[in-house]
Design a binder for this molecule. Structure first.
Ligand SMILES: O=C(O)[C@H]1O[C@H](OP(=O)(O)OP(=O)(O)OC[C@H]2O[C@@H](n3ccc(=O)[nH]c3=O)[C@H](O)[C@@H]2O)[C@H](O)[C@@H](O)[C@@H]1O
Length: 439
């Protein structure tokens, strides 16, 4: 709202008809009264903006792009200053020999929290970045943040689309690696809010890579792609060499776009880039929008749960992968990531470009997942079997993990029964087993 009065004065009161001023007094009077009007209406306008943003609900998922984006950008302004920089440096400081200094985006997310904690445990420097958006209950994200804070990890509250913030972070600390996990996740929500996927998974990724390419030294980047890129591919198990040009959801399409964008930044700027295709990750501190999580909640509440099946009663199955196995995969990818080769925004030689499946290699039907939960919770589920809606879900996922095994010894060791047991134990300790959980 920076309209200057001189600018206002030059605008004729009747457009197209410039009027001569009658006297200097009248001129000055008009000047002051229009200035007062302008100030008054500016306040009214600003007031309306404030009321609009602060009245909007904060617990339901954002439905439209403009309010979603503005809410995010309102949240990104509280950084900077010597104390803040000190905190950033201290969190990112390497505390072991040959350790890494890692910027973890999406650090208050499910995978981000576990990876950050594991890096810190082994002496790497970790700085988190998260916008704490309300796609799902932000109090869970705050609880994860509190957990990380106790082990000395600072999470900067900000958005990957905030270029000034990202540049500042690299100015303050020369990160050797970026673990990029910030994203708009979830397959089905893409039909409700498509723009949030473009905003985070495409625009946000490009923004981050722009800053990384200009950083000196350039970091190596490991980032979260998704098993969903296999889309309608029917050749199983899914291998990295299989086609990924038939995404079934916008979410999958944005992750696939990310893989192509990674290729470009590797090719032009010499950035070292590794994409990890996660297969339906589950476990303690998980995401409430995922089926295993809300099935648990609804079984305990006695609410019916929708179980999808394909046409002709075909099984819908997932290669559910336990979080600790995924963390090992993430660390393996970081440890084998080669240095980026560019500097000053210019490529100096060919750089590493990789994509790995991180799955469990053993798909389980969704109905079996429910049976395991029933046993662990000691409650019978109210099953509502229904046809797989046309909302982007694919029928089946199954990872071939031989590439990750060969490159960094990735070997998942947790079966669904064991992993869900750990999840349920956490769930009950966090939410209680009562029937009135509200999240
Ligand atoms: O592997 C991946 O890349 C993806 O894994 C999950 O996506 P999804 O496998 O669809 O996980 P859920 O939403 O938890 O669904 C698990 C299974 O339950 C089924 N389901 C889901 C919801 C429901 O109400 N009923 C139901 O039977 C789905 O069809 C699917 O087979 C994550 O949500 C994505 O963010 C991630 O990228």
């Amino acid at each position: 709202m920076k309209l200057s009065s001189s600018h206002m004065d030059n605008i004729p009161s009747t457009p197209g008809k410039f009027k001569m001023d009658k006297s200097p007094y009248i001129h000055r009077f008009r000047h002051y009264s229009s200035l007062a009007k302008l100030t008054f209406w500016s306040f009214v306008f600003l007031g309306l903006i404030v009321v609009f943003f602060f009245k909007s609900p904060s617990t339901s998922p954002p439905n439209s792009m403009p309010s979603d984006l503005s809410r995010r950008s309102l949240k990104t302004s509280s950084w900077g200053g010597p104390a803040w920089e000190k905190r950033v440096r201290s969190s990112a400081r390497i505390r072991s020999q040959n350790g890494l200094s890692v910027l973890v985006t999406g650090a208050a997310g499910f995978v981000g929290t576990h990876v950050s904690a594991a890096l810190k445990r082994r002496g790497d420097g970790v700085l988190g970045l998260d916008n704490f958006n309300n796609y799902y209950d932000p109090t869970l994200k705050r609880a994860r943040q509190a957990l990380l804070e106790r082990s000395g990890i600072y999470i900067v509250e900000g958005d990957i689309n905030d270029i000034a913030l990202l540049q500042k972070l690299f100015e303050v600390n020369p990160f050797t690696h970026v673990m990029h996990l910030a994203a708009q996740a979830g397959v089905r929500y893409a039909m409700e809010n498509p723009n949030s996927y473009v905003h985070s998974n495409i625009a946000g990724l490009v923004n981050l890579l722009e800053v990384c390419k200009n950083a000196n030294p350039q970091p190596a980047i490991v980032w979260a792609s998704s098993s969903s890129v296999y889309g309608l591919n029917s050749k199983v198990p899914f291998s990295e060499k299989d086609r990924t040009d038939q995404p079934a959801s916008l979410y999958a399409a944005t992750k696939k776009a990310g893989e192509e964008i990674a290729h470009t930044y590797n090719h032009i700027y010499g950035l070292s880039l590794t994409g990890l295709r996660f297969f339906t990750v589950y476990g303690p501190w998980g995401r409430p929008d995922m089926a295993y999580f809300f099935f648990t909640r609804d079984i305990l509440k006695g609410k019916s749960i929708p179980i999808f099946e394909a046409s002709n009663h075909g099984t819908v199955a997932r290669d559910f992968t336990y979080i600790d196995d995924i963390v090992k995969g993430c660390l393996g990818a970081l440890d084998t990531a080669e240095k980026s080769t560019g500097s000053g925004g210019k490529k100096k030689g060919p750089a590493q470009l990789r994509v790995f499946n991180l799955g469990n290699t053993s798909p389980v039907p969704v109905s079996d997942l429910v049976s395991i939960l029933e046993k662990l919770l000691k409650v019978k589920a109210k099953r509502m079997v229904m046809k797989l809606p046309r909302n982007g879900d694919v029928q089946f996922t199954h990872a071939n993990i031989s590439f990750a095994e060969r490159e960094f010894g990735y070997k998942p060791t947790t079966d669904l029964q064991t992993g869900l047991k750990k999840f349920v134990r956490w769930y009950v300790s966090y939410y209680g087993s009562g029937k009135k959980n509200s999240h």
